[in-house]
Ligand binder design. Structure first.
Ligand code: PEP
Ligand code: MG
Length: 556
């Protein structure tokens, strides 16, 4: 095996530890015939596996203590059950291999338990676990599920599903490496939430030997197999330096050659403002006002209440800009009192700006509240509408703002492919665009953002999405106007560089991502970002686009 492997770094930092594989479900062993002369040896192999698994369960029970000990000891007794052992030996004597005999004997025992009343039926899962352990040991494959380890380890898996990771002990997981997955995969999200380094989309990850020492660099996506002491020291020092460069990364967002890209924060209300200030956000790029409407009252909040809340956010950025999005109700953000309950396809129905145009009084009240909130403040207020599909939508929104007496810079979110394709016509009505890449991905790929089965389409590196981002940015440039990004895509540091190269003029993200994006942007010139953008768009898949950009930006 090569000593350096490369995947996609999705959660920063360096982890050095031994590989523990996430065991996959045990496959049904093949029904091979055992020659008569092999029977005693095969029976001995089965007995040893049963005994080893029982001893292991007892040992882990002793360590765990309490209720867990009782469960593990009960499981050990299953592996020591004389009748079960006799049945396994009988099955081997009739020509089955040990794995197959264990599998079938447990299946028969399982059927008995399943029919034996509620209490015993509840033990079926424990029995399956014992069977999987014995079969895995006989087959020489990792135990299924989360690794059994009392020592910290680097978790290696094909991919991680929420159910797999529910049982993870976060104090033992030093980092993640997966063969599949992308930056928005569950593995990546979980790693970022745990604050551990992670590399995904690493070809050959599942072939890393169990127990081997590896170093995971979650920033570069590199994996070093059996790193020397010098390499370990070098990586640890580089990681510490990166941490302090992140801490030192302050000031406005810009490329290394000074091309400015304001870094803004996404907030849901005043409670999110301190974190945005702490991260050095240059303003708010997306104020999701719908949280204010979710107070459980079953109606829109009063104009006064809205104005007071908006003012709190505006006051926090006296010299910055604050982009407020008017209410985005419907589909993934339903509001009982506004969202029709009988739509066959809520994401394609009355949502976003469409909801507001169907309830003009709600829009009017919100716009008046914004005008009141901004009165007398030096803040640079911008107000945008969600789900603008065409110029007619943009004009309806701009007219409503003017009628409400709102003096602010007006914008349209680009969340529907039609808006990206006809961005120049939309810009005849408004002053700026803001790309909502979460919905733009949903509508570009006809893939509901809430449906896990189609989640691969939420990967913002898809070249088709990059094309639509480029088209929007190009239209804004041609009109002398701005085009920011406020979807999740902006929080991926590498993609932030690519989008800068595509011509977007600001990036808005959750406060926690700002430092990473700022530091990464500051490491590259605008020309590098443009080359990375060109390389990413020249590919056919999200993974290829990510790799192509990485290659350009890492100077390989
Ligand atoms: C988006 O769709 O990318 C976006 C920023 O809006 P939301 O996630 O609130 O729909
Ligand atoms: Mg959206």
């Amino acid at each position: 095996m090569r000593t350096t492997l490369r995947g996609v770094g999705v959660s920063h930092g360096v982890a050095i530890g031994e590989v523990r594989h996430m065991g996959t479900a045990v496959l049904e062993p093949p029904a091979e015939q055992t020659p008569a002369e092999e029977v005693p040896r095969e029976q001995e192999r089965a007995r040893q596996a049963l005994e080893a698994v029982a001893n292991d369960l007892i040992a882990r029970g002793n360590l765990a203590g309490g209720e867990a000990q009782a469960v593990l000891e009960a499981q050990a007794m299953m592996a020591q059950d004389p009748e079960l052992i006799a049945d396994i030996e009988r099955r081997i004597a009739t020509g089955n291999a040990a794995e197959r005999a264990v599998h079938d004997a447990f299946a028969a025992f399982r059927a008995l338990l399943a029919n034996a009343g509620e209490y015993l039926a509840g033990r079926v899962a424990d029995l399956d676990d014992v069977r999987n352990r014995i079969v895995a040991r006989l087959l020489g494959v990792p135990m299924p599920g989360v690794p059994d380890s009392d020592e910290p380890y680097v978790l290696v898996a094909r991919d991680l599903a929420p159910a797999d990771t529910a049982l993870l002990d976060p104090t033992l997981v030093l980092g993640f490496v997966t063969e599949e997955g992308g930056p928005t995969s569950h593995s990546a999200i979980l790693a970022r939430a745990l604050g551990v380094p992670a590399v995904v989309a690493l070809p050959g990850a599942t072939e890393l030997a169990e127990g081997i020492l590896i170093a995971v660099d979650g920033s570069t996506g590199e994996i070093f197999v059996q790193p020397s002491a010098e390499k370990q020291a070098e990586l640890t020092a580089a990681s510490a330096a990166r941490a302090s460069s992140l801490a030192a990364s302050t000031g406005p967002g810009a490329t290394s050659d000074g091309h400015k890209v304001p870094l803004l924060a996404n907030v849901g209300g005043p409670a999110d403002v301190p974190a945005a200030l702490e991260a050095g956000a240059e303003g708010i790029g997306l104020f999701r006002t719908e949280f204010l409407f979710l107070d459980g009252s079953g109606r829109a909040p009063s104009e006064e209440k809205q104005a007071a809340t908006y003012r709190q956010v505006l006051e926090a950025f006296p010299d910055g800009r604050v982009v407020v999005r008017v209410l985005d109700a419907g589909a993934d953000k339903p509001l009982d009192f506004l969202t029709p309950g009988d739509e066959p396809n809520p994401a394609l129905g009355v949502r976003g700006l469409r909801t507001l145009l169907a309830h003009p009084e709600v829009l009017r009240r919100q716009l008046r509240a914004l005008a009141t909130a901004a009165a007398g403040l030096p803040v640079y207020l911008e107000v945008m509408a969600p789900m603008v599909a065409d110029r007619t939508d943009a004009k309806a929104f701009a007219d409503a703002c003017r009628e409400a007496g709102l003096r602010a810079k007006l914008g349209a979110m680009v969340e529907v492919p039609s808006a990206a394709l006809r961005a120049r016509s939309i810009l005849q009505e408004v002053e700026f665009l803001s790309l909502g890449t979460n919905d733009l991905a949903q509508y570009t790929f006809a893939a509901d953002r809430q449906v896990g089965a189609v989640s691969r389409f939420q990967d913002p590196w898809q070249p088709a999405l990059l094309d639509l981002i480029a088209a929007s940015a190009e239209a804004a440039r041609a009109e002398g106007k701005s085009c920011g990004v406020c979807g999740e895509a902006a929080s991926d540091p590498l993609l932030a560089c690519v989008m800068t190269g595509l011509g977007v003029t600001s990036l808005s993200m959750g406060a926690a991502s700002i430092r990473y994006v700022r530091a990464t942007l500051a490491e590259h010139t605008l020309a590098q970002c443009e080359r990375a953008a060109g390389a990413a768009r020249a590919t056919d898949t999200a993974d290829e686009a990510r790799r192509a950009a990485h290659t350009v930006l890492s100077g390989e």
